[in-house]
Design a protein around this ligand. Structure first.
Ligand code: GDP
Length: 516
């Protein structure tokens, strides 16, 4: 996502500070100036950025820190806390309860991504076992009902809506012979909303999502319609959807919507495409409205829960364990989850595990999202927008690793040849059956200790590296690059050591512990 750029600049600033031999006032100031520049570029309000800088300097008093203190860690923690403060509205949002019908009304300007987000929201919950339904009360925008219907059908989510009379005329002008009875029309959004909500309540849906009309700009007619739909459907939660590209102007927009209808939560869309995302998020927080999700692409599953601490953690390249665990449950096939978690808990990242995860990434695509939650995986191995390049890189790495597997096979062959010789020798010198079995065992141990199963890259000496390069038809430099990637990922993986294999639902608590 585009915030990777902001995160990258902040992490680089912290890294540069860490590389300094002595962390003094000058080094700290340089680091804070870099961070300030990055935040201003992301359109975060100047006042907030200045406050953050002042607060960090107050907390990190270098003169008072005794020699033994880990200054880097203290500074990093202060930056983390201050960024969280900027993004934290200090108010949780209403959380619907599974099994109990809740009406969720979506509001926002036209083009903000409201209709797309309604389906993403429904789809996200459907995957978690909810029974969502979609109601299209947008009679203003031609094609809104068709769009919602198409999205809902694709995601197998029940929907309710009608063509408005104006839309019908458009449709009829395109199909001369169409029977008018084929369309059930209604242009009163309030009536459609009420009918839809009642229908789905009877069908025991627990998440009834009402998509309302938008307008090109904030205007009285839009707010009046929103107010009427809200009064008639009595929603449990009103979600305001806004486009991140407006940056800190989000403050005024969010305020205006809040004053017209009781907005309880915000979803910020298009975080994948705009450099002003940081500004939008901080501006929304300043209105004391909790951001609950962010949209990170046009596809149905490009939608992420927004939780301040894990988000900042990811931004600073420190990973997001809670998101990671949730994604494992969401994306990795059920039968593969226990094995993957088991391997994670062992913390022993072999080249074979890297190979298997690369296979998953290539096969299933979305698993990339799982690893994007890990520090380092997203920004370097699989940057968004460069998926093709990343895939080619992964395939290149796998070819090199295939050549290591071949070495394993060669070793296997050599062992059998060796045992065969011994058996021939046995015929002559009457080797016992027991001794022969022991030899088989040793051979098997040797086979399992091939390069792919090793977690010690130091074993890769120059001659092995050259052989892998020759075997895969790649350059030595490329093999070394692959091994560097392996070392980087192994370091991340090692943080998972001791992971208690959790049950569904236990994820967040566990992950937060890991973040601490
Ligand atoms: P509405 O008028 O507010 O209902 O907006 P739509 O749902 O029709 O979305 C407008 C455009 O924004 C469509 O092309 C969507 O595919 C696109 N869109 C919605 N959310 C996102 C997002 O998170 N990222 C990106 N890149 N595009 C999005």
């Amino acid at each position: 996502m585009v915030l990777a750029q902001l995160g990258g600049s902040i992490s680089r600033a912290i890294q540069q500070m860490s590389n300094a031999t002595i962390i003094d006032e000058k080094v700290l100031n340089e680091c804070l100036n870099e961070i300030t520049r990055a935040l201003l570029q992301a359109d975060v309000q100047f006042k907030l950025v200045r406050e953050m800088q002042t607060n960090i300097k107050k907390i990190v008093n270098l003169d008072d820190l005794a020699a033994g203190h880990n200054k880097r860690r203290i500074i990093q923690q202060a930056i983390f806390n201050e960024l969280c403060k900027i993004l934290d509205p200090g108010k949780p949002s209403f959380t619907p309860k599974k099994g109990k019908p809740s009406v969720i009304m979506f509001v926002g300007l036209q083009g903000s991504g409201k209709t797309t987000t309604c389906t993403k929201y429904a789809y996200y919950h459907q995957k978690k076992g909810w029974k969502p339904a979609l109601v299209c009360a947008d009679t203003f925008r031609a094609g809104a009902f068709d769009q919602l219907k198409q999205n809902a059908t694709k995601a197998k989510i029940p929907f309710y809506g009608r063509y408005s009379f104006d839309n019908l005329l458009d449709i009829l002008s395109a199909f001369e012979n169409l029977e008018i009875d084929e369309f059930y029309t209604e242009s009163d959004p309030v009536r459609i909303a009420v009918e839809g909500v009642e229908t789905f309540k009877k069908e025991n849906c627990d998440l009834i999502i009402v998509d309302t009309s938008g307008r090109h700009k904030q205007e009285a007619a839009l707010f009046e319609e929103m107010r009427q739909v809200s009064e008639a459907t009595n929603p449990d939660l009103v979600i305001f959807v806004m486009d991140s590209s407006i940056g800190q102007a989000a403050f005024d927009q969010a305020q205006a919507f809040k004053q017209s209808v009781s907005v309880g939560a915000v979803i910020v869309t298009k975080m994948d495409g705009h450099a002003k995302g940081g500004g939008a998020l901080s501006a929304v927080a300043a209105t004391k409205s909790p951001v609950i999700f962010i949209g990170t692409g046009e596809h149905m599953d490009e939608f992420e829960v927004f939780d301040v601490k894990p988000f900042v953690s990811r931004l600073l390249g420190m990973g997001d364990w809670s998101g990671f665990m949730d994604k494992i449950h969401e994306v990795v096939p059920m039968d593969q989850q226990p094995e993957l978690l088991q391997k994670l808990s062992e913390g022993n990242f072999t080249l074979r595990i890297m190979y298997e995860q690369f296979q998953n990434i290539l096969k299933m695509g979305p698993i990339g999202q799982v690893f994007s939650m890990l520090p380092g995986f997203s920004s370097e191995l699989m940057p968004k927008g460069r998926e093709k390049e990343s895939q080619a890189k992964i395939k290149r790495y796998m070819t090199m690793m295939d050549s290591m597997t071949n070495e394993g096979k060669q070793l296997l062959f050599m062992c059998f040849a060796f045992i065969n010789n011994l058996m021939a020798w046995e015929l002559t010198f009457s080797f016992s059956f027991f001794q022969n079995s022991a030899l088989f065992l040793i051979a098997n141990v040797l086979i399992s200790d091939t390069e792919l199963d090793s977690s010690n890259p130091k074993l890769m000496n120059d001659s092995r590296i050259m052989r892998i390069a020759r075997g895969s038809g790649r350059q030595v430099r490329e093999v070394m690059e692959m091994l560097e990637e392996y070392k980087r990922l192994a370091k991340i993986w090692s943080k998972m050591k001791g992971l208690k294999i959790p049950k569904k639902g236990e994820m967040s608590a566990l992950s937060r512990n890991m973040n601490a």
